[in-house]
Design a binder for this molecule. Structure first.
Ligand code: HEM
Length: 267
């Protein structure tokens, strides 16, 4: 039976591709200045506005990577600040080479691909949203009903997830409340926030629409919120993939590719 409309499948894979590419190019761009500030302006001289920094200390032989969030320092050696490159040598970069695109420092190329993927995400997202509103599935399948948000209902779904009890049969044709909250959170909150903060950082759009920047309390605040929302999307992706695998990857991914699902098959 039909599980996912062709437009849902097309936009889902388009968005997944765009987001993976945005995260990888975004980490490369962030590496050019691995500090975050609040307000309108920020530079290495304005530490009072800074709330996050990734850096490196120690010696050439034994470097230590770190991340400062507020007054707290976290040791992130081998992942953030300093990590091994493809030749197995220490390299001073904010994110490891395998997580970024391009893999080496290249701000110009990373920005070009970042903006290309951003347009893909915007066009795809608008297609998905337009279809979801017009077909009624935004209200039916994505936004949780009030009754589903009752604490007892939410708790029941949390327990089912913890027990790895995923819906079977007819029930597998609908999203449960936690799934709806996750999809609505990423599609209706995190992705729009990432797009709006991205637009607020563009000098051209900034000049044409100054409210974009004012909305976030300044360009550096927009950059900070952009980073926080992107981290939320990355966290969603990890949890989403784990749950897709636990709930039956062959059936789930197969249905997201072909659109069809067989009731009763739980692989
Ligand atoms: C960052 C990238 C991704 C985002 C933002 C994302 C988001 C979403 C959203 C919003 C839905 C609900 C779609 C709808 O009903 O309109 C969904 C469903 C689904 N996604 Fe993703 N997804 C991503 C990546 C992936 C990847 C990489 C896979 C698998 C390899 C995957 C597998 C699935 C499957 C199987 C479903 C259907 C779940 C079900 O029917 O219960 N997703 N995803």
């Amino acid at each position: 039976m039909l599980r996912h409309h062709w437009l849902v499948r097309l936009t889902h894979w388009g968005n997944a591709l765009a987001i993976v590419f945005l995260l990888m190019t975004g980490m490369n761009i962030f590496g050019a200045h691995p500090r975050l500030y609040w307000g309108h302006v920020g530079s290495v001289d304005q530490v009072e506005r800074q709330w996050l920094e990734i850096g490196v200390g120690g010696t050439m032989q034994a470097p230590r990577g770190w991340m400062d969030i507020g007054d707290r320092r976290f040791d992130t050696t081998a992942v953030l600040g300093v990590s091994k490159n493809a030749q197995d040598q220490w390299s001073v970069v904010a994110f490891p080479y395998w997580a970024t695109f391009p893999s080496g420092r290249d701000l110009a190329t990373a920005r070009t691909w970042h903006f290309f993927a951003a347009w893909l995400l915007i066009l795809n997202g608008l297609l998905w949203l337009g279809h979801a509103i017009l077909s009624g599935r935004l209200r039916r399948d994505i936004i949780p009903r009030l009754s589903e948000l009752a604490p007892a209902h939410l708790w029941h779904d949390v327990v089912q997830h913890l027990k790895l009890n995923f819906p079977k049969g007819e029930a597998a044709l609908r999203y449960e409340v936690l799934q709806k909250l996750a999809y609505a959170g990423v599609a209706l909150v995190l992705i729009p926030v990432v797009i709006l903060t991205g637009m607020a950082m563009s000098p051209g759009l900034n000049a044409a629409f100054p409210f974009l920047d004012a909305l976030w309390g300044g360009r550096q605040s927009a950059r900070s919120v952009h980073f926080i929302a992107s981290s939320g999307i990355a966290a969603f992706l990890v949890v989403h993939l784990v749950l897709v695998v636990l709930a039956g990857p062959i059936r789930g991914i197969g249905a997201m590719i072909t659109g069809r699902i067989t009731i009763g098959d739980s692989k």
